[in-house]
Ligand binder design. Structure first.
Ligand code: ADP
Length: 391
């Protein structure tokens, strides 16, 4: 796969775990290689600043090569994957607190400052835990969904459940749960001895109505291969462990295909007279947890019909002023950085597209397009600014 000078990613997939040390990075690296072996173009952003282990796991902690201009670099490449990790950029001496401060901007930097070329799947190996990182990620990247990695012991624990709920609240689809370090597989007899109880993950997945992606056995080889910088999937492709990653990769591909087809929509703004109005959507263009359809109400108004039947309309300029992207809002203080007087009074929209099943991406007539408008936020905005206009 040659390097493109642009980035085009079909699926952004967040890999989440409630705690560190459950094998999130190990699973990400092996799963990525399994997808690559199936012919996909795969990349990884290691956003786990507290334990940026991807460089070590893939045996490459070199600095990235500079790109054609000073603002961009090329990703590193190993095992057919493209990747970038904090480990390629900082030394072990970089203080933890500074790393924490970087996490918000880092993902944007890794996304915009790295020439990824064309990717079918770009994994984001997230910092463990729940809350802020997920929120900031889902606001800055159009995620196809999240994969949750857990050990059998952690699976039913409150943190894991909370982590999944955080994604759910943001309407980021959970593509599936992977149970890592599951019952030890005996090499001699091939029997799986349940160390922590059989089928715990599947039961949990059922209970929470989550898709189940599969189980990776606990296996010293996985650990040794990871430590050596040569993931099992690359060097022991015939092993039982590799077969497990292979099954998970197949399940994930299937999930991505179905989750993508179900709800995608996209429309271009039409030229309308300033007095023309379409007060109701013609037909359902999108259906989802929260939004049933989206339509152009007038030359400068966007309409949303919610799943509960209520409708809201938004002025294009109001939406532009409410842009949540890092250029318009200070990520730390939440203060607006946008200069209202510079925003065209006759602002309209060029294009609207769905982002997963949780948000809209809008390209405005001034070319601005970096904000991701969560349905949840659009609901609040309708109450805050559009009360008079929404019905
Ligand atoms: P995380 O990214 O969740 O912090 P890592 O991927 O760094 O976790 O894994 C933590 C440790 O567990 C590493 O030493 C790794 O090699 C080991 N490990 C991960 N998965 C397995 C497994 N299935 N069997 C044995 N060891 C594993």
């Amino acid at each position: 796969m040659g390097h493109g000078e642009t980035t085009s990613v079909r699926h952004f997939v967040a890999v989440h775990s409630a705690k560190g040390g459950v094998g999130k990075s190990t699973v990400t690296a092996n799963l990525a290689i399994a997808l690559h072996q199936r012919g996909l173009r795969v990349a990884i952003i290691d956003a786990d600043v507290h334990g940026p282990s991807m460089g070590m796991m893939l045996g490459d902690q070199q600095r990235p090569e500079p790109g054609p201009n000073e603002n961009v670099v090329y990703p590193r490449e190993r095992c057919g994957l493209r990747f970038i990790s904090m480990a390629n950029l900082v030394t072990e001496q970089t203080p933890l607190i500074w790393r924490g401060a970087m996490v918000h901007n880092m993902i944007q930097q890794f996304l915009n400052g790295v020439l990824w070329g064309e990717c079918d799947v770009l994994f984001i190996d997230m910092p463990p835990g729940t809350g802020d990182a997920q929120l900031s990620l889902s606001q800055s990247i159009p995620l196809s969904g999240a994969v949750v990695v857990s050990t059998p012991q952690e699976l039913s624990l409150v943190d894991t459940v909370r982590g999944m709920n955080a994604f759910r609240q943001l309407n980021v689809p959970i593509l599936g749960v992977i149970e890592n370090m599951a019952g030890f597989v005996c090499d001699d007899c091939g029997e799986s001895a349940a160390l922590f109880g059989e089928a715990g993950g599947e039961i949990l997945a059922e209970e929470f109505e989550l898709p189940w992606l599969g189980r990776v056995p606990i296996d010293a080889m996985i650990c040794e291969d990871g430590d050596a910088g040569t993931p099992t999937m690359a060097v022991h492709a015939d092993s039982k462990a590799a077969a497990a990653f292979g099954h998970i990769a197949d399940a994930l591909v299937q999930r991505l295909e179905t989750s993508n087809n179900a709800l995608a929509f996209h429309f271009e703004w039409k030229e309308m007279g300033w007095n023309d109005r379409v007060s109701e959507p013609a037909e359902s263009e999108a259906g989802s947890l929260d939004v049933q359809s989206v339509w152009q109400v007038s030359q400068d108004e966007l309409g949303i019909k919610w799943a509960d039947g209520s409708m809201s309309t938004y002025g294009c300029r109001e939406l532009r002023l409410a842009c949540p992207c890092a250029v318009c809002i200070d990520e730390w203080t939440g203060a607006k950085k946008i200069n209202e007087s510079k925003i065209d009074m006759a602002m309209t929209i060029k294009e609207v597209s769905s982002v997963g099943r949780y948000a809209l991406a809008i390209t405005f007539s001034d070319g601005h397009s970096t904000g991701i408008y969560h349905y949840e936020r659009l609901r609040k905005l309708a109450r805050a600014v559009g009360e008079g206009r929404s019905k």
